[in-house]
Design a protein around this ligand. Structure first.
Ligand code: ADP
Ligand code: MG
Length: 243
């Protein structure tokens, strides 16, 4: 079966800064790939290149068979296949949880109000927030707000979900609920790329761990290997430091 994500030789320059130096990343259907590495190593830039929030300087990116860098590709349609969750939840404060999720469906999929709200309600139920649908973001904990953001992304039925440090802004006691939502998403068969410092989650849930440093993928393998028997000296130093 073809990979859902097939990114090859991705380079990204920001002016004089060479931030991605020929990164390959493939993600198979239903696979959870975890990306770790020091701050500034290019993890966020790599994720943002996948859905073309950043324009790679060179390389090739196929997502679900669609050439993301082909000028003829309808990028807005292509992006519908890629859900993204950031450290900041970016919910509209004046709209309820349901309203936030439904808005995405109305805007992106052009659904009518009734259909959008029905689907939004189902998406909230998947992250165990059915009973918070009429709450405003200010009435929800950070963890619940992040789960609304996850619901907003999965409501669009993406082929792959990208998570960029989804729990980094949360108080420690709120992290578990978000990781649980991600775990369930994975059990439902979602293909996922996760940038995170939650190494316990990586060990338990990742199929593969990618270690990046200085804009390069230095090592990748099953979590048991990367955490238990890292080959690259930079990986060893990083793992020692975080554990
Ligand atoms: P990570 O997510 O691994 O911490 P990033 O992808 O955010 O790393 O950043 C990699 C490098 O690219 C850093 O040196 C960062 O300062 C730089 N960078 C990221 N975004 C931009 C930008 N829009 N303009 C200039 N430099 C950027
Ligand atoms: Mg980052």
């Amino acid at each position: 079966m073809a990979d859902i994500v097939d990114a090859r030789a991705i380079h990204k320059h920001f002016g004089p800064l060479h931030v991605l130096k020929g990164v390959d990343l493939t993600v198979a259907e239903r696979e959870l790939v975890f990306v770790i590495g020091p701050s500034g190593s290019g993890k966020s830039t790599l994720l943002r290149c996948l859905n073309r929030l950043e324009e790679p300087t060179s390389g090739s990116i196929l997502v679900d068979g669609i050439d993301m860098l082909d000028k003829r590709t309808d990028i807005n349609r292509a992006r519908q296949r890629i859900g993204m969750v950031f450290q900041s939840f970016n919910l509209y404060p004046h709209m309820t949880a349901l309203g936030n999720v439904a808005l995405a469906l109305r805007k992106v999929l052009k659904q009518g109000r009734a259909e959008a709200e029905q689907r939004a309600q189902a998406a909230l139920a998947r992250v165990h927030l059915a009973d918070r649908a009429d709450h405003y973001p200010g009435q929800l904990s950070g963890g619940q707000q992040q789960r609304v953001a996850i619901a907003r992304a999965i409501a669009l039925e993406p082929r792959v979900m990208l998570f960029d440090e989804p729990t980094s802004a949360l108080d420690p006691e709120l992290v578990g609920g978000v990781l649980q939502a991600m775990r369930e998403l994975r059990e439902d068969g979602m293909t996922m790329v996760v940038v995170s410092h939650e190494m316990g989650f990586a060990r338990a849930a990742a199929d593969r761990v990618v270690f990046m440093a200085d804009g390069m993928k230095l090592e990748e393998g099953p979590p048991g290997q990367i955490f238990g028997d890292p080959q690259h000296e930079r990986t060893r130093a990083f793992i020692r430091q975080i554990e």
